[in-house]
Design a protein. Sequence first.
Length: 264
Amino acid sequence: MNKIIMTGTGAAPGVPSLSRGWGDCNPNNPKNRRRRIGTYIELGGKCFLIDTSPDLRSQLLDADIRYLDAVFYTHAHADHLHGIDDLREINRISGKPLDIYGSAGTIKEIETRFSYLIGDSFFPCKGIFKASLNAHVIKDKEPLYLDDLKVNLLGLEGHTVASNGYVFNDGEVVYVADCSQISEEGLDLIKVKPKILVLPLTVIKSQYPKKYHMELDKLLEYVNLIKPERAIINHMAAECDYDNVNALTPENVLVAYDGMVVEF
């Protein structure tokens, strides 16, 4: 049985946020309390994270995640990256380096901003030392194979920085990160009916003319186009009340909340 845990489901400010508090979210619904974005997946015999939230420590503790085969990064914004230092605890448990993956641009940013984490091929397995991450670039149009897990970068468009998603096993699981739309080349990589399609929302309808994130109507267009068995909405800001978004979506579209577990 494969599994996905939505360890964090909020946008960059989290919910409640410092500036907006609970915003449009009902504070009496615990599903509206959101840490920054994070996702754990068990698929193809591998256990991995997508991105490292600034709230990573508490997310790993709450989900009792103590082992990882890999971490896949979507882009270098702080809410997706800046929990990277907490991976040193995974190193300490396993006593070995951890492989991280991303596009060339994202890996370059990580190596520049967190050079002290990028490591030696040998990890000293005694005492408390530095974290040790082995960084790998996934090339466009060239799949990565981790034993039985096939991984392709998913091209995304319209965000404030270069961002990508991931297509696992030709579409068994499709993970979309911050964007306003998915590239046509990216859609062509989805060759099988997805068991799970993860899509980011941020706000239901943006008040700004320039859209850097997918709005709900566009998100549902992709659900209708890709036709997954189940879609999961994450990355929601204080404008997205759980019950409200749930009422606006069809039955096969699940509104994520922190700690939600989906088996498939």
